[in-house]
Design a protein around this ligand. Structure first.
Ligand code: CMC
Length: 391
């Protein structure tokens, strides 16, 4: 026991070497495979970023076309998956449904479990890249009581997601380029973030050689919590509550600072970024543009702006280096797109999918040992068993 040091929350413990994502929390730098997040958000599309994360570099046109064609060939779900979806109550949280259905895919694709060669890995990867958007769309349509939709091969990856999510029954779907560009950007900004809670979960579950889909399902459950991806839903609910309460941001700032009040300013603070979150900067600008382009006037954007302005000059937040994170403004954009609040974390999962896959693949190819932290035991010393009537 004397040799073990405890590091609660692994604040200073590295778990692996990784060549995927570089993050400098002091300087607010984020790069995927060496490419600055600002350039990717501005110029790339989500599928090419996914390719870069998973395979190491941006694809040529030919590589991207092949990757997309392979994904499209797997973009179908077994009819029995629908029966599982049907069995959930309408009130079920979409993240629970997403995690369950992702895990259930293992049953319908048993060959995706024991994957050792790169070819077997590739097959599992294109399968989940093809099937996941359908599950995402179905969780939303189930919630809304809408008929289920299917993949359209002629569309781009993100356009296909949009069509499956937003198509009204008996109507042709026309892709709105403003929404497509904004969604592309959001998915790219969420695509990887090195060893965060859900990614570490995917790596540690995968390290037991559980299959890719089971590992992803565990990652989805980790992402669900409000301290992690669930913060985007929590932010919007908080902003809405402040609006209902007359827009008194000062009152909520005081609550956030009160150590006897469990309330936290959701969408603020980050384990690694101690200066600013570069994703939040891009998303804040995008929120302004998207709402403007769509002609949406959402009063909660003003509430968000004034909360941010107050926090940035408040000693409590300044001393603790608490800044808006990726989740602070993203929900405002999702809402402007017509996505229900309970779906926000599902959208985060959609974006994070290639990052999780890349990290799982790297962990397997590096032949990392099973993840197995130690502990310092603080329980009883040895004692003798007592029969039930002697306790
Ligand atoms: N509101 C008020 N106080 C806060 C907040 C906040 N949002 N975040 C941190 N603090 C305080 C905290 O109480 C502590 O104060 P003290 O030193 O007096 O005890 C100090 O700041 C350090 O916080 P911590 O909880 O020890 O820091 P952490 O690195 O363990 O947690 C965090 C990071 C992101 C979980 C936390 O900042 C938080 O709960 N933020 C709100 C939830 C949120 O927005 N999560 C999304 C994170 S980014 C996307 C993602 O990961 O999915």
């Amino acid at each position: 026991n004397g040799l073990i040091t405890i590091d609660p929350g692994y604040k200073n413990t590295g778990s692996c070497e990784s060549a995927i994502t570089f993050l400098d929390g002091e300087k607010g730098v984020l790069r995927y495979r060496g490419y600055p997040i600002e350039q990717l958000a501005e110029k790339a599309d989500f599928l090419e970023v996914a390719y870069a994360l998973i395979f190491g570099d941006l694809p040529t046109k030919q590589q991207l076309d092949k990757f997309h064609a392979d994904i499209k060939s797997k973009a179908i779900l077994d009819d029995d998956v629908k029966k599982i979806l049907d069995a959930f109550p309408k009130s079920a949280h979409p993240m629970g449904v997403l995690s369950s259905l992702t895990s259930a895919l293992t049953a319908f694709n048993p060959s995706s479990v024991n994957v050792d060669s790169e070819e077997e890995m590739y097959n599992a990867i294109v399968k989940i890249m093809g099937k996941f958007p359908i599950i995402v769309a179905w969780t939303m349509r189930k919630k809304q009581g809408l008929p289920l939709t299917y993949s359209t091969n002629s569309l781009g990856y993100v356009e296909n997601i949009m069509k499956m999510m937003f198509q009204s029954p008996n109507e042709d779907y026309v892709v709105n380029p403003i929404i497509r560009d904004a969604l592309d950007k959001l998915l790219i900004l969420h695509a990887d973030h090195e060893q965060n809670c859900s990614t570490s979960t995917v790596r540690i579950v995968g390290s037991s050689h559980a299959g890719l889909f089971a590992s992803l399902s565990a990652g989805i459950s980790a992402l669900w919590g409000p301290l992690h991806g669930g913060a985007n839903q929590a932010v919007l609910e908080m902003l809405e509550a402040i609006k209902q309460d007359g827009g008194d941001t000062k009152k909520y700032m005081a609550k956030a600072k009160d150590k006897n009040d469990p309330f936290r300013l959701m969408g603020f603070g980050h384990r690694v970024y101690k200066n600013f979150d570069p994703r939040a900067k891009i998303i804040k600008k995008a929120a302004d543009e998207v709402l403007n382009d769509l002609g949406v006037n959402d009063p909660i954007l003003d509430i968000a702006r004034s909360l941010e302005a107050e926090a940035l000059k408040d000693p409590y937040f300044v001393d603790r280096k608490l800044y808006p994170n990726v989740d602070f403004y993203s929900g405002i954009i999702y809402r402007a797109m017509g996505i229900p609040v309970e779906m926000f974390t599902v959208m985060f999962a959609m974006g994070r999918l290639p990052g999780w896959i890349a990290q799982w693949k790297e962990m397997r190819l590096n032949k990392e040992p099973i993840g197995r932290p130690r502990q310092i035991y603080t329980g009883e010393n040895e004692r003798n068993f007592k029969t039930i009537d002697n306790r």
